[in-house]
Design a protein around this ligand. Structure first.
Ligand SMILES: [Zn+2]
Length: 65
């Protein structure tokens, strides 16, 4: 099983570096991995500051497929 979170579920109007809706998906074997990966993405691509951990966990789901 893989845990994942979608960027556009966190930032409803998030745009990627080319100005399109951000399709980034953070994946990991555990919630901790997903949070770490997504925090790096939010910081580097969207310049989001502050602790988004709770928001990320709220949108993290399990991929059973
Ligand atoms: Zn993004």
């Amino acid at each position: 099983m893989v845990r994942f979170a979608r960027c556009n579920a966190l930032l409803s109007l998030a745009l990627d570096s080319s100005g399109k809706g951000c399709r980034y998906v953070a994946k990991g074997a555990s919630d901790d991995d997903v949070v770490k990966e997504m925090l790096e993405h939010l910081t580097s691509v969207h310049q989001v500051e502050g602790d988004m951990t709770a928001n990320i966990l709220a949108t993290t789901k399990t991929n059973n497929g």
